[in-house]
Design a protein around this ligand. Sequence first.
Ligand SMILES: [Fe+2]
Length: 371
Amino acid sequence: MTPTGTEALRDLVASNLATARERTELLTGCVDDGDLVRQHSPLMSPLVWDLAHVANQEELWLLREVGGREPMRPEIDPLYDAFEHPRAERPTLPLLPPGEARAYAHEVRGRVLDLVEAATFTGARLLSGAFAFGMIAQHEQQHDETMLITHQLRKGAPALTAPPPAAPPADVPSLPREVLIPGGPFTMGTSAEPWALDNERPAHAVTVPAFYLDTTPVTNVAFAEFLADGGYDDPRWWSPAGWAHRQRTGQTAPLYWRREGSGWVRTRFGVREPVPPAEPVMHVSWYEADAYAAWAGRRLPTEAEWEKAARHDPVTGRSTPTRRRSSAARRPGWRRGGSCPRASAGGGIAPGWPGRAWGPRHPRGTGATAR
Ligand SMILES: [Fe+2]
Protein backbone atom coordinates (compact mmCIF):
# COMPACT_ATOMS: atom_id res chain seq x y z
CA MET A 1 0.00 0.00 0.00
CA THR A 2 1.47 3.32 -0.99
CA PRO A 3 1.76 5.39 2.17
CA THR A 4 0.24 8.82 2.39
CA GLY A 5 1.79 11.55 4.44
CA THR A 6 5.28 12.26 5.57
CA GLU A 7 5.04 10.33 8.83
CA ALA A 8 3.79 7.18 7.12
CA LEU A 9 6.62 7.46 4.62
CA ARG A 10 9.12 7.98 7.42
CA ASP A 11 7.90 4.83 9.16
CA LEU A 12 8.01 2.87 5.93
CA VAL A 13 11.59 3.95 5.21
CA ALA A 14 12.73 3.13 8.74
CA SER A 15 11.11 -0.29 8.73
CA ASN A 16 12.46 -1.19 5.28
CA LEU A 17 15.96 -0.17 6.24
CA ALA A 18 15.69 -2.11 9.51
CA THR A 19 14.39 -5.25 7.80
CA ALA A 20 17.21 -5.22 5.30
CA ARG A 21 19.83 -4.65 8.00
CA GLU A 22 18.46 -7.47 10.11
CA ARG A 23 18.98 -9.85 7.20
CA THR A 24 22.46 -8.47 6.50
CA GLU A 25 23.45 -8.98 10.12
CA LEU A 26 22.12 -12.52 10.11
CA LEU A 27 24.00 -13.44 6.96
CA THR A 28 27.27 -11.87 8.01
CA GLY A 29 27.02 -12.69 11.71
CA CYS A 30 26.59 -16.45 11.42
CA VAL A 31 30.12 -17.17 10.18
CA ASP A 32 33.52 -16.28 11.57
CA ASP A 33 35.82 -13.59 10.22
CA GLY A 34 37.77 -16.12 8.16
CA ASP A 35 34.59 -17.05 6.33
CA LEU A 36 33.71 -13.40 5.82
CA VAL A 37 36.94 -12.54 4.01
CA ARG A 38 37.21 -15.80 2.06
CA GLN A 39 35.96 -16.02 -1.48
CA HIS A 40 33.68 -19.03 -1.61
CA SER A 41 33.24 -18.91 -5.38
CA PRO A 42 34.83 -16.76 -8.09
CA LEU A 43 31.25 -15.92 -9.04
CA MET A 44 30.70 -14.17 -5.74
CA SER A 45 32.29 -11.46 -3.62
CA PRO A 46 33.67 -12.17 -0.17
CA LEU A 47 30.79 -11.54 2.24
CA VAL A 48 32.72 -8.71 3.86
CA TRP A 49 32.79 -6.90 0.51
CA ASP A 50 28.99 -7.01 0.29
CA LEU A 51 28.72 -5.66 3.82
CA ALA A 52 30.93 -2.62 3.25
CA HIS A 53 29.60 -2.05 -0.28
CA VAL A 54 26.05 -1.82 1.08
CA ALA A 55 27.22 0.77 3.59
CA ASN A 56 29.27 2.65 1.01
CA GLN A 57 26.30 2.95 -1.38
CA GLU A 58 24.12 4.06 1.52
CA GLU A 59 26.64 6.74 2.42
CA LEU A 60 27.04 7.83 -1.21
CA TRP A 61 23.34 8.17 -2.05
CA LEU A 62 21.77 9.15 1.25
CA LEU A 63 24.41 11.01 3.24
CA ARG A 64 26.23 12.68 0.35
CA GLU A 65 23.65 13.04 -2.44
CA VAL A 66 20.54 13.59 -0.32
CA GLY A 67 22.08 14.98 2.86
CA GLY A 68 24.90 16.97 1.29
CA ARG A 69 27.45 15.58 3.74
CA GLU A 70 31.18 15.24 3.12
CA PRO A 71 32.50 11.74 2.33
CA MET A 72 33.32 9.80 5.49
CA ARG A 73 36.08 7.68 3.95
CA PRO A 74 36.63 8.76 0.34
CA GLU A 75 39.70 6.53 0.02
CA ILE A 76 37.56 3.39 0.16
CA ASP A 77 35.08 4.43 -2.53
CA PRO A 78 36.99 2.76 -5.42
CA LEU A 79 37.22 -0.53 -3.50
CA TYR A 80 33.47 -0.84 -3.34
CA ASP A 81 32.64 0.38 -6.82
CA ALA A 82 31.05 -2.68 -8.41
CA PHE A 83 31.81 -1.37 -11.89
CA GLU A 84 35.48 -0.96 -11.17
CA HIS A 85 36.26 -4.41 -9.79
CA PRO A 86 34.77 -7.68 -11.04
CA ARG A 87 33.84 -10.11 -8.29
CA ALA A 88 36.69 -12.49 -9.05
CA GLU A 89 39.33 -9.87 -8.17
CA ARG A 90 37.66 -8.43 -5.05
CA PRO A 91 39.49 -10.71 -2.59
CA THR A 92 42.77 -9.17 -3.76
CA LEU A 93 41.68 -5.65 -2.77
CA PRO A 94 42.68 -4.03 0.53
CA LEU A 95 39.13 -4.35 1.86
CA LEU A 96 38.04 -3.18 5.27
CA PRO A 97 38.47 -6.04 7.72
CA PRO A 98 35.23 -7.40 9.23
CA GLY A 99 35.34 -5.30 12.40
CA GLU A 100 35.94 -2.08 10.48
CA ALA A 101 33.30 -2.95 7.89
CA ARG A 102 30.73 -3.49 10.63
CA ALA A 103 31.67 -0.26 12.40
CA TYR A 104 31.47 1.69 9.13
CA ALA A 105 28.04 0.24 8.29
CA HIS A 106 26.83 0.99 11.80
CA GLU A 107 28.05 4.57 11.67
CA VAL A 108 26.51 5.22 8.25
CA ARG A 109 23.18 3.79 9.34
CA GLY A 110 23.09 5.93 12.46
CA ARG A 111 23.63 9.09 10.44
CA VAL A 112 21.05 8.00 7.87
CA LEU A 113 18.44 7.49 10.57
CA ASP A 114 19.09 11.03 11.72
CA LEU A 115 18.47 12.14 8.14
CA VAL A 116 15.25 10.13 7.95
CA GLU A 117 14.07 11.75 11.16
CA ALA A 118 14.31 15.23 9.63
CA ALA A 119 13.37 14.49 6.00
CA THR A 120 10.24 15.88 4.36
CA PHE A 121 10.45 13.59 1.29
CA THR A 122 9.46 16.38 -1.05
CA GLY A 123 11.19 18.58 -3.58
CA ALA A 124 14.30 17.10 -5.13
CA ARG A 125 13.83 14.05 -7.29
CA LEU A 126 15.87 11.78 -5.00
CA LEU A 127 13.77 12.85 -2.03
CA SER A 128 10.32 12.83 -3.58
CA GLY A 129 8.37 9.82 -2.34
CA ALA A 130 11.54 8.86 -0.42
CA PHE A 131 12.86 7.46 -3.70
CA ALA A 132 16.53 7.29 -2.72
CA PHE A 133 15.72 5.75 0.66
CA GLY A 134 13.61 3.06 -0.97
CA MET A 135 16.33 2.44 -3.53
CA ILE A 136 18.93 1.94 -0.82
CA ALA A 137 16.72 -0.40 1.23
CA GLN A 138 16.07 -2.44 -1.89
CA HIS A 139 19.75 -2.41 -2.78
CA GLU A 140 20.61 -3.93 0.58
CA GLN A 141 17.90 -6.57 0.13
CA GLN A 142 19.38 -7.42 -3.27
CA HIS A 143 22.78 -7.94 -1.66
CA ASP A 144 21.15 -10.05 1.02
CA GLU A 145 19.95 -12.31 -1.76
CA THR A 146 23.43 -12.31 -3.25
CA MET A 147 24.92 -13.22 0.12
CA LEU A 148 22.40 -16.02 0.46
CA ILE A 149 23.73 -17.45 -2.81
CA THR A 150 27.25 -17.15 -1.42
CA HIS A 151 26.10 -19.16 1.58
CA GLN A 152 24.72 -21.83 -0.74
CA LEU A 153 28.09 -22.04 -2.53
CA ARG A 154 30.07 -21.98 0.70
CA LYS A 155 31.81 -25.15 1.83
CA GLY A 156 32.19 -26.23 5.43
CA ALA A 157 29.94 -26.81 8.39
CA PRO A 158 26.40 -25.47 7.97
CA ALA A 159 25.98 -21.94 9.29
CA LEU A 160 22.33 -21.29 8.55
CA THR A 161 19.26 -22.96 9.84
CA ALA A 162 15.54 -22.37 9.66
CA PRO A 163 12.43 -23.76 11.23
CA PRO A 164 10.36 -26.12 9.12
CA PRO A 165 8.12 -24.31 6.67
CA ALA A 166 4.60 -23.53 7.77
CA ALA A 167 2.00 -26.08 6.82
CA PRO A 168 0.16 -25.20 3.64
CA PRO A 169 -3.28 -23.64 4.08
CA ALA A 170 -5.87 -26.25 4.91
CA ASP A 171 -7.88 -25.56 1.77
CA VAL A 172 -5.06 -26.39 -0.65
CA PRO A 173 -6.44 -29.85 -1.52
CA SER A 174 -9.70 -28.27 -2.60
CA LEU A 175 -8.07 -25.72 -4.91
CA PRO A 176 -8.62 -26.24 -8.61
CA ARG A 177 -5.49 -27.31 -10.42
CA GLU A 178 -5.68 -24.27 -12.65
CA VAL A 179 -7.64 -21.06 -13.10
CA LEU A 180 -8.75 -19.23 -16.20
CA ILE A 181 -7.39 -15.73 -16.53
CA PRO A 182 -9.73 -13.91 -18.91
CA GLY A 183 -8.35 -12.27 -22.02
CA GLY A 184 -8.24 -8.55 -22.62
CA PRO A 185 -6.12 -5.52 -21.80
CA PHE A 186 -4.55 -4.84 -18.43
CA THR A 187 -2.14 -2.24 -17.10
CA MET A 188 1.41 -3.55 -16.94
CA GLY A 189 4.12 -1.77 -14.95
CA THR A 190 3.59 1.42 -13.01
CA SER A 191 3.97 5.15 -13.25
CA ALA A 192 2.81 5.78 -9.70
CA GLU A 193 4.85 3.48 -7.46
CA PRO A 194 7.72 5.71 -6.29
CA TRP A 195 10.09 2.84 -5.51
CA ALA A 196 9.56 0.88 -8.72
CA LEU A 197 12.64 -0.05 -10.71
CA ASP A 198 13.16 1.66 -14.05
CA ASN A 199 12.38 -1.53 -15.96
CA GLU A 200 8.95 -1.59 -14.31
CA ARG A 201 8.06 1.82 -15.73
CA PRO A 202 5.98 3.30 -17.24
CA ALA A 203 2.47 1.88 -16.84
CA HIS A 204 1.25 0.71 -20.22
CA ALA A 205 -1.69 -1.25 -21.60
CA VAL A 206 -1.00 -4.80 -22.75
CA THR A 207 -3.58 -7.12 -24.25
CA VAL A 208 -3.24 -10.76 -23.30
CA PRO A 209 -5.48 -13.53 -24.67
CA ALA A 210 -7.21 -15.78 -22.12
CA PHE A 211 -5.04 -18.50 -20.60
CA TYR A 212 -5.02 -21.04 -17.81
CA LEU A 213 -2.56 -20.86 -14.97
CA ASP A 214 -1.69 -23.45 -12.32
CA THR A 215 -2.85 -22.51 -8.84
CA THR A 216 0.27 -23.89 -7.15
CA PRO A 217 3.96 -24.06 -8.06
CA VAL A 218 5.44 -27.21 -9.57
CA THR A 219 6.63 -29.40 -6.73
CA ASN A 220 9.79 -31.44 -6.38
CA VAL A 221 7.81 -34.65 -6.62
CA ALA A 222 6.21 -33.52 -9.88
CA PHE A 223 9.61 -32.58 -11.29
CA ALA A 224 11.03 -35.94 -10.17
CA GLU A 225 8.44 -37.64 -12.39
CA PHE A 226 9.96 -35.78 -15.34
CA LEU A 227 13.36 -37.15 -14.32
CA ALA A 228 12.03 -40.67 -13.85
CA ASP A 229 10.54 -40.52 -17.34
CA GLY A 230 13.96 -39.78 -18.82
CA GLY A 231 13.16 -36.13 -19.40
CA TYR A 232 16.78 -35.00 -19.28
CA ASP A 233 17.72 -37.53 -21.97
CA ASP A 234 14.92 -36.83 -24.41
CA PRO A 235 15.48 -33.92 -26.81
CA ARG A 236 11.76 -33.90 -27.69
CA TRP A 237 11.02 -31.81 -24.62
CA TRP A 238 13.84 -29.31 -25.02
CA SER A 239 14.16 -26.27 -27.21
CA PRO A 240 17.20 -26.43 -29.54
CA ALA A 241 19.04 -23.92 -27.35
CA GLY A 242 17.96 -25.76 -24.21
CA TRP A 243 19.12 -29.10 -25.52
CA ALA A 244 22.47 -27.61 -26.56
CA HIS A 245 22.80 -26.22 -23.03
CA ARG A 246 21.85 -29.58 -21.54
CA GLN A 247 24.49 -31.32 -23.70
CA ARG A 248 27.16 -28.76 -22.93
CA THR A 249 26.65 -28.81 -19.17
CA GLY A 250 25.94 -32.52 -18.86
CA GLN A 251 23.13 -31.77 -16.44
CA THR A 252 21.02 -34.73 -15.42
CA ALA A 253 18.97 -33.17 -12.59
CA PRO A 254 18.34 -29.83 -10.90
CA LEU A 255 21.43 -28.24 -9.44
CA TYR A 256 22.29 -29.66 -5.98
CA TRP A 257 20.22 -32.81 -6.50
CA ARG A 258 22.03 -36.16 -6.27
CA ARG A 259 20.82 -39.71 -6.71
CA GLU A 260 20.90 -41.79 -3.54
CA GLY A 261 19.46 -45.26 -3.76
CA SER A 262 16.09 -44.99 -5.38
CA GLY A 263 15.51 -41.40 -4.29
CA TRP A 264 17.01 -37.95 -4.53
CA VAL A 265 18.92 -35.95 -1.97
CA ARG A 266 19.86 -32.31 -2.17
CA THR A 267 22.38 -30.06 -0.50
CA ARG A 268 21.11 -26.74 0.81
CA PHE A 269 23.27 -24.41 2.86
CA GLY A 270 25.58 -27.32 3.61
CA VAL A 271 22.83 -29.65 4.77
CA ARG A 272 22.35 -32.85 2.81
CA GLU A 273 18.79 -34.12 3.04
CA PRO A 274 16.15 -35.99 1.07
CA VAL A 275 14.49 -33.73 -1.48
CA PRO A 276 11.27 -32.56 0.21
CA PRO A 277 8.53 -33.74 -2.13
CA ALA A 278 6.00 -30.97 -1.51
CA GLU A 279 8.33 -27.98 -1.85
CA PRO A 280 8.40 -26.00 -5.09
CA VAL A 281 11.26 -27.15 -7.30
CA MET A 282 14.27 -24.83 -7.12
CA HIS A 283 17.56 -24.27 -8.92
CA VAL A 284 16.33 -25.16 -12.36
CA SER A 285 17.20 -22.97 -15.31
CA TRP A 286 14.68 -21.55 -17.74
CA TYR A 287 15.66 -24.32 -20.17
CA GLU A 288 14.89 -27.02 -17.61
CA ALA A 289 11.61 -25.38 -16.65
CA ASP A 290 10.66 -25.08 -20.30
CA ALA A 291 11.46 -28.76 -20.94
CA TYR A 292 9.44 -29.83 -17.92
CA ALA A 293 6.46 -27.79 -19.09
CA ALA A 294 6.64 -29.31 -22.58
CA TRP A 295 6.78 -32.81 -21.08
CA ALA A 296 3.75 -31.97 -18.92
CA GLY A 297 1.83 -30.81 -21.99
CA ARG A 298 1.90 -27.21 -20.88
CA ARG A 299 4.13 -24.16 -21.31
CA LEU A 300 5.73 -21.40 -19.28
CA PRO A 301 3.81 -18.15 -18.97
CA THR A 302 5.02 -14.98 -20.58
CA GLU A 303 6.05 -12.06 -18.39
CA ALA A 304 2.83 -10.24 -19.34
CA GLU A 305 0.71 -13.29 -18.46
CA TRP A 306 2.42 -13.60 -15.10
CA GLU A 307 1.87 -9.97 -14.24
CA LYS A 308 -1.70 -10.02 -15.47
CA ALA A 309 -2.45 -13.04 -13.28
CA ALA A 310 -0.74 -11.48 -10.27
CA ARG A 311 -2.80 -8.29 -10.66
CA HIS A 312 -6.05 -10.00 -11.60
CA ASP A 313 -8.87 -9.63 -9.10
CA PRO A 314 -11.24 -12.54 -9.69
CA VAL A 315 -13.99 -10.85 -7.63
CA THR A 316 -14.25 -7.71 -9.74
CA GLY A 317 -12.65 -9.15 -12.87
CA ARG A 318 -10.39 -6.12 -13.00
CA SER A 319 -6.67 -5.53 -12.73
CA THR A 320 -5.59 -4.24 -9.32
CA PRO A 321 -3.25 -1.29 -8.96
CA THR A 322 0.35 -1.97 -8.04
CA ARG A 323 1.15 -2.39 -4.40
CA ARG A 324 4.36 -1.80 -2.58
CA ARG A 325 6.10 -5.14 -2.51
CA SER A 326 7.05 -4.90 1.12
CA SER A 327 3.44 -4.68 2.18
CA ALA A 328 1.42 -7.69 3.12
CA ALA A 329 -0.99 -6.86 0.33
CA ARG A 330 -3.53 -9.53 -0.32
CA ARG A 331 -5.88 -9.41 -3.21
CA PRO A 332 -9.48 -10.22 -2.58
CA GLY A 333 -10.38 -13.67 -3.69
CA TRP A 334 -6.80 -14.89 -3.78
CA ARG A 335 -5.33 -16.96 -1.04
CA ARG A 336 -1.79 -16.55 -0.03
CA GLY A 337 0.88 -19.05 0.94
CA GLY A 338 4.40 -17.86 1.60
CA SER A 339 5.32 -14.51 0.16
CA CYS A 340 5.40 -15.22 -3.55
CA PRO A 341 2.48 -15.47 -5.91
CA ARG A 342 0.85 -18.82 -5.37
CA ALA A 343 -0.28 -19.04 -8.91
CA SER A 344 2.42 -20.49 -11.08
CA ALA A 345 2.64 -21.03 -14.74
CA GLY A 346 0.88 -23.61 -16.77
CA GLY A 347 3.53 -26.17 -15.96
CA GLY A 348 5.10 -23.35 -13.98
CA ILE A 349 8.15 -23.45 -11.84
CA ALA A 350 8.34 -21.61 -8.58
CA PRO A 351 10.75 -18.71 -8.74
CA GLY A 352 11.96 -19.49 -5.27
CA TRP A 353 10.90 -20.96 -2.00
CA PRO A 354 10.16 -18.25 0.49
CA GLY A 355 8.46 -20.57 2.93
CA ARG A 356 11.42 -20.56 5.30
CA ALA A 357 13.35 -17.67 6.70
CA TRP A 358 16.98 -18.64 7.06
CA GLY A 359 18.92 -17.42 10.03
CA PRO A 360 22.15 -18.26 11.72
CA ARG A 361 22.58 -21.84 12.81
CA HIS A 362 24.53 -20.55 15.77
CA PRO A 363 23.16 -17.11 16.60
CA ARG A 364 25.95 -14.78 17.62
CA GLY A 365 26.45 -11.13 18.33
CA THR A 366 23.01 -9.65 18.04
CA GLY A 367 21.45 -12.75 19.53
CA ALA A 368 19.19 -12.79 16.53
CA THR A 369 17.08 -15.82 16.05
CA ALA A 370 15.84 -17.43 12.87
CA ARG A 371 12.41 -16.42 11.78
FE1 LIG B 1 25.39 -3.24 -5.22
